[in-house]
Design a protein around this ligand. Structure first.
Ligand SMILES: [Zn+2]
Length: 325
């Protein structure tokens, strides 16, 4: 049996009800540990984690070692949405104890359990909950399936689904243009700081099409990914672009944040376009580094290098550059 066959079997198990059961056992244990330690009820530091975008507020919720969920609150009405409910007990606890508001909308970027397993429990807890994902996502029941570019309202805030398949066939991003401030993009596992998610269910053309849509968004858009993978993605980016000063700036920022036990998000699309190798596939000046002449060759080469050269880039040390800004 080939490695590809073994991988696809394991991937199939992960996406099955057995995978969901395993994920739920993991998060139940984590929540019980959190309650025992008191952390599950300690919201005294939450104020610092709210990011104010004038007409909406965003709260980052780190889950486990690398996952992120997010709260979105419409400032005009106080209505509350959650992005990627992987751990429902923790999210309900924050909604009740910090926001003191029920969750009225769940946005799901894709089907993987670490992003979606909490949907059922949220629906049971909040019977009027609306749920949104791409209409191409058929792994779970949602009340409001959206087509590419379609909007859903959270109070006076409009949230647009941008269909960006390749990590999974139903993968999407959610885009908000608040009043008077920069835009916001929740990218799930499509786009990370310095990299992209694995191409589990899509081909290179699909990846290029999804990347084009993201490149078309405003530079000052704040990007909130589904995972904290900067340790790996920035090493690969540095391996490819050893002399990219803008990348050195980002690495320095991440290292300083980590030293203070802070999350290394959000990033902006302007920053990502300058060093994220996957967002540079249409940048002909990047082709020289890859030895390619076309964006399809570029995406293929990036996939090949990130798989085959892992043992070369994984040992690169991320450190503060002496001239970093
Ligand atoms: Zn995923």
């Amino acid at each position: 049996m080939s490695i590809r066959c073994i991988f696809m079997c394991l991937y199939g198990v992960y996406n099955s009800k057995l995978g969901r059961w395993f994920h739920n056992c993991m998060i139940r244990n984590r929540h019980e540990r959190r309650l025992r330690s008191g952390l599950g009820l300690d919201h005294s530091r939450v104020d610092k984690e709210i990011i104010d975008f004038y007409s909406v507020k965003i709260k980052i919720v780190p889950l486990g070692r690398t996952n992120f969920s997010y709260f979105i609150q419409d400032a005009a009405t106080g209505q509350l949405a959650v992005v990627d409910p992987g751990d429902p007990d923790y999210l309900i606890s924050i909604a009740e104890n910090f926001f003191k508001t029920p969750i009225s909308l769940a946005l799901l970027t894709h089907k993987h359990w670490d992003h979606s397993a909490g949907l059922k429990k949220l629906k049971d807890y909040y019977p009027n909950l609306k749920s949104c994902a791409s209409k191409e996502e058929t792994a779970f029941e949602i009340t409001n399936p959206l087509a590419d570019g379609e909007m859903i309202a959270l109070g006076s805030t409009q949230i647009k689904l941008i269909y960006t398949p390749v990590h999974t066939k139903g993968s999407s991003c959610f885009f908000i243009e608040p009043e008077r401030t920069s835009s916001i993009l929740f990218t799930g596992d499509t786009l990370f700081v310095g990299g992209m998610g694995a191409f589990f269910e899509g081909d290179y053309r699909m990846a290029c099409s999804s990347i084009s849509k993201i490149l078309g968004l405003p530079d000052d858009t704040y990007m909130f990914p589904g995972h904290e993978y900067a340790d790996t993605t920035l090493k690969f980016a540095k391996y490819l672009q050893p002399n990219n000063r803008l990348l050195d700036n980002k690495i320095s920022w991440v290292v300083k944040r980590r030293a203070r036990y802070m999350v290394a998000i959000p990033s902006t699309l302007k920053e990502e376009k300058s060093y994220n190798p996957f967002l540079r596939i249409y940048d002909t000046s990047f082709y020289v580094l890859l030895g390619v002449r076309h964006y399809l060759e570029a995406i293929s080469k990036l996939q090949e290098l990130r798989m085959k050269k892992r043992n070369e880039y994984r040992y690169i040390e991320l450190k503060v550059h002496p001239e970093a800004q």
